[in-house]
Design a protein around this ligand. Structure first.
Ligand code: NAP
Ligand code: MG
Length: 490
């Protein structure tokens, strides 16, 4: 689908490198409650499709209030023994899950790419290793919680309701389940409607490692299933990752309840490139920031601010790099940009791109070759001629669309970067260390990357401020959100 790159006048192309592993996909999946796959009470189901082909992959059980109630009862019943288990024993379970994730990494990576549309290179090299890392990392904390919060007696909260989105389905499940379990809690997880498969296969790994029944329960379904998780009176904590709109709704729904809440929401993150930056490195970082996972990344660097004196040079280099990105089959190892997760998401991206053009911004798409007829595709693109008031500079697009703007002074860069309701992440590119520290300290963002972008580690807390939510996941901060601390200050 991508035109063959030309080097010294010689046209060449990559031979296709299709992934040959095929995971075992059942024709239908039940809910995972109390250690077993069970039918939903109402007997309803929905299909999950491969967004690269539009074909059905499997039928998935649709959970409702009655199913959430069963799951909460199972989680509560399991909670007593699980929380009293010797912490080193809890750690062993987490360790075993991490090892099984590594052993099954290839199948799970393929499954993730089939269900969600992301390139196999990303699910294989990023999602799976990080998911395993989160279980390994939290296995290490399980018996050291009293050291993490010195002087306190850390206690689990109880049953945790966890709701996750479709952009990193298995990784988000690992981010949420691993710390909850390490701290002695039990879990009811609600995966996204379009990407339930890897969470359900993770449940099979829980069975294999003989995780006690009820410690993790997985209730699949749509938004109403998520709402039933939020509203269940047995929940002691809700951890939500998703849109700011649904996050706000959850906050309202829980306002009068004594419940712990963390929200990881949307973003419109700035990536700031100074003239003194290593330009080629910055171009790679910008590419990584916006075109990774088709731009389906909450912390995507979707607003690029380039110092005015280098903007022409930078845009030319970016355009050249963009021309080499290969859009196509997520299961081809050469693919850089896979399928857009759903037809709804594709229409949303397309309508925002159209609006950008209508408002007078200039669209740059370098690859004009035809995209496959089936499936959901969007070429990587960027806009110039963008002003702060334009819709594409304000609204989260959650697709491979970059808005480029300029600045003249560091003060202007900071002011423009912070001029958004969101505060999830930011990037700064410069060769001056002092400038990095100075600017990073003034950016309103939960995470600031310097001379890199979209880097994650289980030991490093992640989360936002302003309309991007509150609470952290990962590191010691992430553990705090799953504990009651008594008898000290932490
Ligand atoms: P979403 O509509 O908010 O959905 C997120 C999850 O919430 C899904 O499992 C969804 O179920 C469920 N849900 C929907 N309505 C609900 C309700 N009323 N009550 C409880 N749960 C409900 O978001 P999305 O469109 O799937 O995901 C994209 C958004 O997530 C973007 O805005 C992105 O920025 C954000 N995101 C943030 C982070 C972060 O760490 N800050 C990470 C990833 C994504 P269904 O799938 O069945 O609708
Ligand atoms: Mg799917």
């Amino acid at each position: 689908m991508t035109s063959a790159p030309s080097i010294d006048g010689f046209n060449w192309d990559y031979a296709p490198a299709p992934e040959r592993t095929r995971p075992d996909i059942a024709s239908e999946y039940g809910l995972f409650i109390d250690g077993e796959f069970v039918e939903p009470v109402a007997g309803k189901s929905f299909k999950t499709v491969n967004p690269a082909t539009g074909r059905k992959l499997a039928m998935i059980a649709q959970g409702d209030e009655a199913d959430v109630d069963r799951a909460v009862k199972a989680a509560r019943a399991a909670g007593g023994r699980w929380s009293r288990l010797k912490p080193t024993e809890r750690a062993k379970y987490l360790f075993r899950i991490a090892r099984r994730l590594q052993e099954c990494a290839r199948e799970l990576a393929v499954l993730e790419s089939m269900d969600g549309g992301k390139p196999i290179r990303e699910s294989r090299d990023i999602d799976l290793p990080l998911a395993a890392q989160h279980f390994f990392y939290h296995a290490g904390w399980a018996d050291k919680l009293h050291w993490a919060f010195a002087g306190c007696q850390p206690k689990p909260l109880g049953v945790c309701g966890q709701i996750i989105p479709w952009n990193f389905p298995l990784l988000m499940a690992a981010w949420k389940i691993a710390p909850a379990l390490a701290c002695g809690n039990t879990v009811v997880l609600k995966p996204a409607e379009t990407t339930p498969l890897t969470a359900l296969h993770l449940a099979k790994l829980f069975q294999e490692v003989e995780l006690p029944p009820g410690v993790v329960n997985i209730v699949t379904g749509a938004g109403e299933t998520g709402a039933a998780v939020v509203e269940h009176p047995g929940m002691k904590k809700i951890a939500f990752t998703g849109s700011t709109q649904v996050g706000r709704h959850i906050m309202h729904a829980l306002a009068d309840r004594d419940i712990s809440l963390t929200l990881e929401l949307g973003g419109k993150s700035p990536n700031i490139v100074f003239a003194d930056a290593a330009i080629d490195q910055a171009v790679e970082g910008v590419v990584q920031g916006i075109w990774f996972n088709q731009g389906h990344v909450c912390c995507a660097g979707s607003r690029l601010f380039v110092e005015e004196c280098i903007v022409d040079e930078f845009v030319a280099a970016l355009r050249e790099r963009m021309a080499k990105l290969r859009v196509g089959d997520p299961l081809d190892k050469n693919t850089d940009i896979g399928a857009i997760n759903s037809t709804e998401q594709l229409s949303r991206i397309q309508s925002l791109v159209e609006q950008g053009q209508q408002e007078g911004c200039i669209l740059h798409e370098v690859n004009d070759e035809a995209l496959p007829r089936r499936g959901n595709w969007h070429r990587p693109c960027f806009f110039t001629g963008v002003e702060a008031a334009h819709t594409i500079a304000r609204e989260e697009i959650f697709g491979p669309v970059l808005a480029i703007m300029t600045f003249r002074t560091p003060e202007e860069a900071i002011r423009r970067a912070n001029s958004t309701p969101y505060g999830l992440a930011a990037g700064v590119w410069t060769d001056k260390g002092s400038k990095v520290f100075n600017i990073a300290a003034q950016l309103e963002a939960g995470v600031v990357w310097c001379n890199t972008y979209n880097r994650f580690d289980a030991a490093s807390p992640f989360g936002g401020c302003k309309a991007s939510g509150f609470g952290r996941e990962g590191g010691r901060h992430g553990l705090r959100a799953y504990l009651k601390l008594a008898g000290g200050v932490a």
